[in-house]
Ligand binder design. Structure first.
Ligand code: NI
Length: 396
């Protein structure tokens, strides 16, 4: 067994202890006060230089090697979700309506384990390691807040790594993909206004509800007719509100949803076609549409040279690993903001229960991970950071 994996296995009790403690005490985005205090105290114990309050509740731990050299940023997210837990686990959330249903409790535990593993290598490290414990990943802007607070300066990282435990696959699987890996995420809000009136006298109205229904249908033509079958995009209408009574045609209806794409050009094409369809269909029925698009996060795009180093690290830690180098997900991640600024790699480590019947997806009330994933994830991350430092030192 690789010595770093062997050491991660020795630390497993602590790793699982941190993870279960965090799971029991989940905190929503920008409220990770208890979590941040736990992270800061462990990093201080290990001798890291610790900065707290970076991006409100974020924590940064810096470790300088014995010799100067490049800087690697490792990012772990900390926030929970507004979900009522239904796992029945002994370490289930004691906070009503809040749950670690995405595995970020595991990410923090992996991050603290990596912090321990790296300290033990400090004599051989040339350069600086920056451990970034990020708040508010779940659509609340935690990465942007940390970047605004200067997490990418003093020193500026030369590469960035991040990981997500992934319940879609069991322990022993990893996805480390070059190029676009996770999709961009936009929110769209549409208001369609017409002319309301009596439900029995539709000839005197311009019915926004009918226009809205046709818009929902017609939007599905964008992906099927405008996007190449060899590329991918998602348009999902997830909210449709309008009307107050069975005999009243309303003045206005509202639609909302999300758009996911992997490439900038396609992103622009999809938004342009959506506007044309929404406005055109509404106008053809005597209604007007107002469209608002909120660009939440860009796509996660991995740099080839960093991906190669992480893939090699995964194989050296676990030669039997099932490596998927083409996997992509239409979910989104604000790790993308770090990767826009710094070349890097965000990857998935399988954490699904061995029994597929007990495997629940991310953001589900019964979501839970196979904790065997934790030492493996920590060892791969540690080895990847050390190899990247070595690679960059060679290039300097
Ligand atoms: Ni997540």
């Amino acid at each position: 067994m690789h010595p770093i994996l062997a050491r991660a296995q020795e630390l497993k009790d602590s790793t699982v202890g941190w993870r279960r403690d965090l799971h029991k005490h989940p905190e929503l985005g920008f409220q990770e006060v208890r979590t941040a205090a736990m992270v800061a105290s462990e990093l201080q114990r290990l001798g890291y230089r610790v900065q707290q309050g970076v991006g409100k509740t974020g924590v940064v731990g810096t470790l300088k090697g014995k010799k100067p050299g490049p800087c690697i940023l490792l990012r772990f997210d900390m926030d929970a979700l507004p979900i009522q837990e239904d796992t029945g686990a002994e370490y289930a959330s004691i906070t009503s309506g809040v749950m670690h249903a995405c595995g970020h409790d595991g990410h923090v535990a992996v991050g603290l384990t990596v912090a321990n593993l790296l300290v033990e290598q400090v004599d051989s490290i040339q350069g600086t390691i920056k451990l970034v414990f990020q708040p508010a990943e779940e659509g609340l802007g935690g990465a942007a807040a940390m970047i605004n607070d200067g997490v990418l300066q003093n020193p500026r990282p030369n590469a960035a790594l991040g990981l997500h435990l992934w319940n879609g696959e069991p322990v022993g699987w990893a996805a480390i993909t070059a190029g676009p890996f996770m999709a961009s995420a936009d929110i769209f809000n549409v208001k369609i206004s017409g002319k309301g009136g009596h439900g029995a006298l539709p000839q005197n109205t311009a019915d926004p509800l009918l226009a809205g229904a046709m818009v929902v249908n017609a939007l599905q033509s964008v992906v099927s007719r405008n996007v190449s079958p060899l590329q991918s995009a998602v348009i999902s209408v997830t909210q449709f509100q309008g009307g107050t009574s069975f005999n009243i045609i309303p003045d206005e209806v509202a639609l909302s949803g999300t758009v996911r794409t992997f490439e900038t050009e396609l992103h622009e094409l999809v938004l342009q076609r959506m506007r044309a369809v929404i406005e055109g269909v509404s106008a053809s029925l005597g209604c007007q549409a107002k469209i608002e698009v909120i660009e939440l996060t860009p796509a996660v795009v991995n740099a080839v040279e960093v991906v190669e180093a992480v893939q090699m690290a995964a194989f050296s830690i676990e030669p039997g690993i099932v490596l998927d180098s083409t996997h992509r997900s239409t979910a989104s991640e604000d790790m993308s903001l770090f990767l826009q600024a710094v070349p890097g790699c965000f990857f998935f480590v399988g954490s699904g229960q061995k029994d597929p019947a007990k495997r629940f997806g991310h953001h589900h009330p019964k979501f839970d991970i196979d904790e065997d994933a934790l030492p493996l994830a920590a060892a791969i991350m540690t080895q990847a950071a050390l190899s990247m430092l070595e690679k960059l030192t060679g290039e300097q």
